[in-house]
Design a protein around this ligand. Structure first.
Ligand SMILES: [Zn+2]
Length: 686
């Protein structure tokens, strides 16, 4: 989508990667031996662990705890991995599905969600319309025959009717002053995701390219293009992307220590007018209803220069085809059954999943994402309990309390920096399971017709897009509401948001294997407890550390302390850079430091709390933690995880636990054992 919240996606520290969208391309080179990883093979990768694989506690704790379950686990149809987190997600999908199977609710917001679900389920109308709604949009792009016509397209066609943008823009919370919104403009989206793929295509990049090309080709032929025309369009799309990719930040750059500073560029209205040249960025913002501003966030000035150079009459065929190819891929899933299944096939090829979800499960989950707050309220009222909220809130207070020790005992910091860190810690706002009230989250002004009133899915999706945009424009001129939750209770995940210094433990996460009201302290500490500690530590990881207690990007460290902190982060990155999931495959250590730091600090803080308990059962505690990250996944998912900022499941277990004497001593792990790490080689930041 054009007005994607790129900045927010970069800033928000999530507990783990979950949302994924695409058959492996036959590789020219022989497949590597996937059991050859160092210091441990990628035991999460399907097929690596067999009955014969040695699983010694002292050599590979993750495998020792989880081997039996890894052998038995099967990846569920329609999903791309299996394990503890997937079990939570499956339960969540079933819970959400069951909410939509009863009679139509009376209340406005609940009825909206119910209507959207039924519009998705209405195959008769969807099949009758076919690709007609899309054809109107592609025809509008095909008729662009000059730069004037291109500008007119961006300035006159309503945003929800446009296929794809050539840049991103919109409003975001200001990096420098989190009490204000700011207007921003940034890069366009690339089909292969990481811009580095355009310099050197990886095995995973080839899988994506093949999957997207196949989907685009089928869609274009269905729209009436010949096969040759379709292939030409796909080539043109990649040609346009290849012109821009060299100046778009790579995944590795986005994870770098200096990324936030790199994107925090400001331009005045006059400067942006000059920099945008012939590209109507400012005019388009005005069309959306944004007033002119004194100051704009330009996340990538080089992109703006390159876009300007490429924004020519001569390149119009490439521009049109970029918009069309992105557009047809983007909307395929919301059209008729044939397009929907092609879109699902594309998703399967990219994520390594197979099969297709039943419609009720797939569409109720989609509604839970698109109408997140109406579904949030229903979900909360149906499944969540105030007593769990209170109990977990109390536990968060204990963990926050224990964190004081971690910060004040950090011997690499001066007293001055420690005091500031404690100040920030004390200002962290916990958001637990579900909000206390719902006023902020109503969707009273959003309306669209359900199937019996003649509504269509396309119209409903446009109404939602229009509503979201109008809401964003309206909120731009208001002070930022720091109390408002960004995440909804039905998400199976947890978050830290540096711009309001809040941690969020979502209701759908504190379920099943992660939290039960009758859990022992040991299990609770090893599961939800470590997750809570993990989230808090994001306030003090490489990204979070650049924001103060009020959510403003400002340097609260002494220069010397910050340099030492960076050194520790670099050591942590190097530790992962020396590892390989299988021989010949690298990790990007630099993008993993924040999440690895968080896992380690999470274990450390819970060990502090455990030390206060008599007869604490450490075996249960360590095993409980190892169970959380039990994972089984296909090769595509392994590639996705290599490009993600979270270490793979087995590393989240082994590299985290081996940092702590308590773990090594408890099990008698010593030099020569696979899990042993000498004190001088340990890399925990806190
Ligand atoms: Zn995290």
């Amino acid at each position: 989508m054009k007005h994607a919240k790129r900045l927010t996606a970069v800033l928000l520290a999530v507990l783990m990667l979950l949302s994924l969208s695409v058959s492996a391309l036959a590789e020219e080179a022989p497949a590597p031996d996937y059991t050859t990883g160092t210091p441990w093979p990628d035991i999460d990768l399907e097929g690596v662990v067999t009955e014969d694989t040695a699983a010694e506690l002292k050599d590979n704790f993750a495998l020792y705890v989880n081997k039996d379950r890894i052998l038995k686990l099967e990846i569920p149809e329609g999903y791309s991995f299996a394990g503890t987190i997937m079990d939570l997600s499956l339960q969540n999908a079933e819970d959400i599905r069951n909410m939509f199977l009863g009679d139509a609710p009376e209340e406005h917001d609940a009825r909206l969600a119910y209507n959207l679900f039924r519009l998705m389920m209405d195959w008769d109308s969807r099949n009758a319309l076919g690709v007609a709604p899309l054809k109107e949009q592609t025809d509008a792009v095909e008729s662009i025959d000059s730069l004037d016509a291109l500008n007119a397209y961006f300035l006159e066609v309503p945003a929800e009717d446009q296929l794809a943008g050539l840049w991103s823009s919109g409003s975001e919370v200001s990096l420098d002053d989190a009490s204000k919104m700011t207007l921003m403009t940034g890069e366009c989206g690339l089909l292969l995701g990481d811009s580095a793929e355009y310099e050197a295509l990886t095995a995973y990049g080839a899988i994506k390219k093949e999957a997207f090309s196949e989907l685009a080709e089928k869609m274009l032929v269905k729209l009436g293009y010949s096969k040759d025309q379709a292939l030409q369009k796909i080539d043109n799309c990649f040609a346009w992307e290849s012109m821009l990719a060299p100046v778009i930040y790579t995944t590795e750059e986005q994870g770098g220590a200096d990324y936030l500073a790199r994107i925090n560029n400001h331009m005045s209205h006059e400067e942006l007018t000059e920099a945008e040249g012939g590209v109507p960025i400012l005019e388009e913002l005005a069309k959306l209803g944004y007033p002119a501003a004194d100051d704009y966030l330009v996340t990538n000035p080089d992109f703006l220069v390159r876009l300007n150079e490429a924004y020519t009459e001569e390149n119009l065929p490439l521009i049109r085809d970029y918009m069309i190819v992105h557009g047809v891929i983007g909307v395929a899933g919301s059209l008729d059954r044939e397009c929907y299944e092609w879109s699902n096939d594309c998703g399967n090829a990219i994520s390594g999943s197979s099969g297709i979800l039943d419609d009720e499960t797939a569409f109720s989950s989609s509604v839970a994402g698109m109408l997140a707050w109406p579904v949030a309220r229903l979900y909360t009222e149906t499944y969540l309990k105030l007593e769990d909220k209170d109990r977990i809130a109390e536990m968060i207070e204990q963990v926050l309390d224990a964190y004081h020790g971690i910060l004040t005992e950090a011997d690499f910091l001066s007293e001055e920096t420690k005091a500031r860190a404690v100040e920030k810690l004390d200002a962290i706002e916990p958001r637990v399971l579900f909000p206390d009230s719902w006023e902020k989250y109503d969707r009273a002004e959003l309306n669209f017709d359900g199937p019996e009133a003649g509504g269509t899915l396309t119209e409903a999706l446009k109404a939602i897009a229009r509503y979201s945009l109008e809401k964003e424009v309206k909120e731009y001129s208001e002070p930022v509401d720091k109390e408002e939750w960004a995440m909804t209770p039905q998400i199976v995940n947890c978050f830290y948001n540096p711009q309001d210094n809040s941690i969020s433990i979502m209701g759908a996460f504190a379920q099943g294997a992660l939290y039960r009201s009758d859990m022992s302290d040991e299990e609770l500490y090893g599961k939800l407890g470590i997750v809570i500690g993990h989230e808090i530590s994001h306030a003090f990881d490489r990204s979070g550390a650049q924001f103060d207690k009020d959510g403003n990007m400002s340097m609260w460290w002494t220069e010397e302390d910050y340099a030492k902190f960076q050194e520790r982060n670099d050591r942590l990155a190097d530790y992962y850079n020396a590892m390989h999931p299988w021989e010949g495959q690298d990790f990007y250590g630099s993008i993993m430091t924040g999440e690895a730091c968080a896992d380690m600090a999470g274990v450390k803080v819970m060990l502090k709390l455990a030390a206060e308990k008599e007869d604490f059962d450490y075996d249960t505690f360590f095993r409980s933690y190892a169970e959380v990250w039990l994972t089984k996944e296909p090769l595509q998912m392994a590639y996705i995880r290599i490009n993600d900022n979270h270490p793979m499941g087995y590393l989240r277990i082994n590299t985290t636990l081996q940092q702590y004497d308590k773990f090594l001593d408890f099990y008698g792990i010593t030099e020569g054992d696979g899990m042993y790490l000498a004190p001088e080689n340990r890399v925990a930041i806190w």
